[in-house]
Design a protein around this ligand. Sequence first.
Ligand SMILES: Cc1ncc(C[n+]2csc(CCOP(=O)(O)OP(=O)(O)O)c2C)c(N)n1
Length: 343
Amino acid sequence: MGVPLAPLPVPKVSPDAIQQAARVLRSGQPTLIVLAGTALREAPLADAHRIAAATDARLITPMSNARVSRGRGRFNVDRVPYSGDVARDKLAGIRNIILVGAPPPVTFFAYPGKSPRPYPEDAEIHVLARPEQDLAEALARLADELGAPMVSVPASVASRGIAKGAVTSEAVAQTLTALLPEQAIVVEESVSFGRAFYPGTVHAAPHDWLQLTGGAIGDGLPLATGAAVAAPGRRVVALQADGSGMYTLQSLWTMAREKLDVTVVILANRKYAILLGELAGVGANPGKTALDMLDIGNPDLDWVQLANGMGVEAARAEDMERFAELFSMANVRRGPFVIELVI
Ligand SMILES: Cc1ncc(C[n+]2csc(CCOP(=O)(O)OP(=O)(O)O)c2C)c(N)n1
């Protein structure tokens, strides 16, 4: 006989941690609150915004988070920028950093002669809550301790409709905003192309945004598979860079067998594009052999045939009109569909 597993208790933060964070926030010094984990759900985000509005603290999240509740009617929080230089500019002047289930901000990669910590060296770090603690409860108590009034979500900006013409990151974000189904689960492993996706979808229908939290690429398609199994009735939209997609493309076969409602958008640039930028970032001057290693054409992958070969219907789009047509159609059908979006 198996012993039923009781859910693990979620420890609450101590009154001292609340008091300490409140003292820092009342000091009036420039303060950054870093939110991660379960602090990125709808209610705790609202409490974090109450705190920010009452104290002038700034809110931020790590670049990648396991799950964020976002879209129309919800509070948005910007992420630590991917570029170390941009992140350092953004966090200049910060005196205190309050961590809510998050590590201190770091840049994704380290570069010779540059600190991987994009905040001033003399900033003081305070831990309101560790990841395993009750983050929502901690933020609610801190907001109450500060007497922070409720704030309303900024009005959403009306959709500009679908984008037309050339495929760009901004155009895809615009079309996602116009067409994302209510309560979709977006799984994003868009790597270099998707820089506009997150900021550009703040006003899309309410959705959850799922990402890999580490650096080992290839998690997008399996994550989309798991999300679709876990949340039947919700459309999963996987925004998947092609190189990373190749690590785990057998997920498509599972999606077909399990008839999972996933719309897979393959962002086909036929390169490991981000690594070209990173090579430049460390001052390398790559020759032909190195550059060939970062090219995944020759021959080009045909994602329509790859998907068909695993029992998944698929089509290719080379402009935004076709993308919108395929994306709307895919999202209302049962089962998976792959769109190879040539970028
Ligand atoms: C498991 C694993 N292998 C290799 C890498 C190194 N790596 C980082 S990004 C990348 C290429 C990503 O290419 P793609 O998914 O096509 O996105 P793009 O850079 O073209 O936007 C590679 C190989 C990694 N991070 N993880």
